[in-house]
Design a protein around this ligand. Structure first.
Ligand code: SF4
Ligand code: SF4
Ligand code: SF4
Length: 429
């Protein structure tokens, strides 16, 4: 009780301070965060401990700055330091009380949920503050709307992390949030095409074909935003772009799910994949160097994209494997190769009885007999995690250096869910 009594006024103080400093967005943020204090969610204490810890750092910074200013102008400063110092300590006390309450709360996943909340909120706040355009969609429609969106998306991330923590649920929820992301992406694109430019990130349209993430800059020699974004996700979550974050991959997943049990990829697909990837990148460079007009490049890209849809509707649907992503799209191969810089892996432990049941869970063709015998997922693995619940004996795990199996999986869920919420929150195209 004392924790809640201390927490609510502390958040109100932070809101009032932000408002007084002319930052109405910050005031909205702290007021919205106040709802967390009365919400019946098990992870709120961890989240409030984090927010109030940040709040006490803010108060300490304000105290230090104002005291220094007063000393510089030869003004009295002791009373001010005492008042603001007390406010800082009260905020810190509220953070510590919430942290103590969190440690005794029953649901073991609450720290994971709160981490997803805090990571999402932090990521979106940095993205909002560091970019010149209104990157949070709601900011384009309501003044300070972005701050409300940030808290709500943090809340959403915590909810999804809670769902995905239960191994039996994670495959279903992964596919659901991936499909939702793709649907929101294309809804936004559709609205942009209808003339509502505010739904587009820069106000201009681009072809939504993943191959262009690499081929576009090679052709133009500029426009590196998407390739940098892609590279950042490789560093953070390896190839998981291709199982959680790509707007087109979700379609291939839906197409492959048309068949209940995935088949096997022909042996030549690995070579074919390399050839397609090299051909796409070489074509982009040649088109750019030879000064071919944009129309030619766009027409070729559109044909490539349409062919990809035909592959999904035919081959993926018939085979049950995501053949578009595992044989055709160059970004899939680049994600698999360069994703190795990230240490998260899927490993099969030594107690595996080679029953092969987990193969049925993998739509990427990354659990062949050879892979299982080798004790690890194949090159195509996108870290989707579906096979973890697919092994009835519990011999498949996420691995990360220095972490146990459960901790590795929890950390992966925190990062990937926060990235998903972040991608949902920003104006995308
Ligand atoms: S392989 Fe290509 S289309 Fe498939 S998920 Fe990856 S980037 Fe997207
Ligand atoms: S289902 Fe489990 S035990 Fe069977 S092959 Fe896969 S990892 Fe091994
Ligand atoms: S091996 Fe497991 S984690 Fe990797 S793609 Fe296949 S199902 Fe997903």
């Amino acid at each position: 009780m004392i924790t809640t009594i201390l927490t609510i006024p502390t958040l109100l103080f932070l809101a009032a301070h932000a408002f007084r400093m002319g930052c109405s967005g910050g005031a909205v943020f702290w007021l919205t965060a106040g709802f967390l204090a009365i919400a019946p969610v098990p992870w709120k204490s961890w989240a409030l401990a984090g927010l109030l810890g940040f709040g006490s750092w803010l108060w300490a910074d304000v105290t230090f700055t104002l005291v220094q200013q007063r000393i510089a102008f030869g003004l009295p400063w002791v009373r001010l330091a005492a008042i603001l110092g007390t406010v800082t300590l009260v905020c810190l006390a509220a953070a510590i009380l919430n942290w103590r309450r969190a440690r005794v709360s029953g649901w073991p996943g609450s720290s994971v949920q709160a981490s997803a909340f805090l990571l999402t909120v932090t990521g979106l706040a940095i993205a909002r503050e560091k970019t010149s355009l209104d990157i949070i969609l709601l900011d384009r429609f309501f003044p300070s709307g972005g701050w409300i969106a940030i808290i709500l998306l943090g809340w959403y991330a915590a909810w999804i992390a809670g769902k995905m923590l239960r191994p039996g649920n994670s495959a279903k929820w992964r596919r659901t949030i991936w499909t939702v992301f793709s649907a929101v992406f294309f809804l936004q694109l559709g609205l942009g095409l209808l003339g509502f430019e505010r739904f587009l990130m820069t106000g201009s349209l681009h072809l939504p074909i993943p191959a262009l993430i690499a081929a576009g800059p090679l052709y133009r020699g500029d426009g590196f935003f998407m390739i940098i974004l892609f590279a950042v996700t490789l560093v953070l979550v390896g190839p998981a772009w291709c199982s959680h974050l790509c707007y087109i991959g979700a379609w291939d997943n839906l197409a492959a799910e048309g068949k209940k049990k995935p088949g096997a990829l022909p042996g030549w697909t690995t070579t074919g994949r390399w050839l397609i990837c090299l051909a796409v990148l070489a074509t982009a460079i040649l088109l750019g160097r030879s000064g071919q007009p944009l129309f030619t490049a766009v027409a070729l890209a559109a044909v490539f994209g349409l062919l990809g849809i035909v592959i999904m509707l035919t081959w993926s649907r018939r085979s049950g494997i995501m053949t578009h992503c595992t044989t055709y799209c160059p970004m899939g191969l680049l994600a698999n190769i360069f994703g190795k810089i990230n240490p998260w892996r899927i490993r099969i432990d030594e107690k595996c009885c080679r029953c092969g049941i987990c193969t049925r869970s993998c739509r990427y063709g990354a659990l062949t007999v050879r892979d299982i015998e080798g004790g690890k997922a194949g090159l195509n693995c996108s870290l989707c995690g579906d096979c973890i619940s697919g092994c009835p004996h519990g011999h498949l795990h996420y691995r990360f250096p220095g972490l146990g199996n459960e901790a590795a999986r929890s950390c992966f869920i925190v990062v990937i869910v926060a990235l998903h919420a972040l991608f949902l929150g920003v104006a995308r195209l």
